[in-house]
Design a protein around this ligand. Structure first.
Ligand code: NAD
Length: 351
């Protein structure tokens, strides 16, 4: 048995269809009397509906959350918090909305209730990535971690198939990387394997029928575990590359993860296949290739070129990705990373 240190985050999780009805009870438990509901512009109606359901404990809706948590949006939301005398936030949405709730909590200390509607996993991590003048920086801290999460799959039934699949692959990336983390533990590895199995089973069903309730439940369960792994251990080469590409070219988050995952895992697998032993119990002996085939069955984008990345960008991206030393089971070496990026750009199946 290897030596390990295991730590967990204190967080209350309610899981199950219909449990959004318990939102006002949960706010009461947190001592919140005047909650501001946060959403993206696209989910404004859902936010209004939730505020009506919460009743007198909700004082308004701020429907301005945006990808990568721009500090300008946070400032706007803080002004609304102040004008309404809000003492807590309810984030209803994906990672963008959760990010806004975290940014407000980090500045004010107000409690957060998060009701996730994608599979991104941010709701159970103490991690906040914010963008200021186009530069994204990430930090961790106990003040960032939400207090309570309600996973109600009824709210994921509307997630479009394409985003369901890319968001699910984004979640799987947390689990695969968590299973070979330098600071990993047997409990996080168990979670990672169970999460991969759940999403591997659920996503192909959702790709065919977005309304399949069992598959939606399984996917959300898997996403919770993946997020918990992300919050508990350090990520590595895959998240580093996604962060570099996303930041440099403002790429869509979940799609970038979906395209890169088979290639980053194949890069690790080529040099140190043994670190992928947990993932191989779900994906078999050629994990990178199996992830590529799995993504193909889901019909998600499989080429960086599909996301607008130009071949001429690849040299700069390889340099950026290898500029700061970053732990990885296979170190990031510029020639290998450039080749990896080219395969991902062209959409070649890993060997
Ligand atoms: P998102 O939150 O930006 O959502 C994408 C779009 O889908 C939005 O328009 C949203 O309104 C819509 N949407 C979400 N749920 C829906 C539903 N059920 N029905 C219909 N439409 C729905 O996308 P995301 O991939 O969840 O989050 C990406 C962001 O989260 C990035 O900024 C990323 O950096 C961050 N993130 C942070 C962490 C962390 O731990 N800090 C983890 C994962 C992601």
């Amino acid at each position: 048995m290897q030596t390990f240190t295991h730590s967990t985050s204190p967080i209350r999780v309610l899981f199950g269809r219909g449990r959004v009805r318990e939102a006002s009870d949960e706010l009461g438990r947190l001592g919140v009397r005047r909650a501001l509901v946060l959403t993206t512009p696209e989910q404004r109606d859902a936010g209004e509906g939730l505020a009506a359901r919460i009743g007198s404990l909700a004082v308004g809706v701020f429907p301005g959350a945006a990808m990568h948590t721009p500090v300008t949006v946070t400032a706007e939301a803080m002004a609304v918090m102040e004008s309404l005398g809000a003492d807590g936030v309810v984030a209803l949405g994906g990672g963008s909305t959760t990010g806004l709730g975290k940014a407000i909590a980090a500045r004010t200390g107000v409690p957060q209730l998060v009701i996730p509607t994608t599979y991104a996993g941010s709701e159970v991590t103490p991690i906040l990535g914010e963008t200021d003048a186009g530069v994204k920086s990430t930090r961790r801290g106990p003040e960032i971690l939400p207090e309570t999460v309600i996973y109600d799959a009824d709210l994921t039934d509307t997630l479009p198939v394409s985003l369901s699949c890319t968001s699910g692959l984004n979640a799987m990336a947390h689990a695969v990387e968590g299973s070979y983390a330098q600071d990993g533990s047997p409990i996080y590895t168990l979670m990672a394997v169970d999460a991969l199995a759940a999403l591997r089973e659920a996503l192909p069903v959702i790709a065919k029928d977005a309304t399949d309730k069992d598959a939606r439940d399984r996917a959300l369960y898997g996403a919770w575990l993946c997020g918990t792994v992300l919050g508990g251990v350090g990520m590595s080469i895959h998240h580093k590359l996604c962060h570099t590409l996303g930041g440099a070219l403002d790429l869509p988050h979940a799609q970038t993860h979906a395209v890169l995952l088979p290639h980053t895992i194949a890069y690790v697998e080529e040099a140190v296949p043994e670190v992928l032993a947990p993932a191989k119990t779900v994906f078999g002996p050629r994990t990178g290739a199996a992830l590529y085939d799995f993504a193909a069955t889901l019909g998600v984008p499989q080429r960086l070129a599909d996301l607008g990345v130009g071949e001429a960008d690849l040299d700069r991206l390889a340099e950026l990705a290898t500029a700061n030393p970053y732990w990885s089971p296979r170190p990031l070496e510029i020639g290998g990373i450039r080749a990896l990026l080219h395969r991902a750009w062209a959409g070649d199946r890993p060997e």
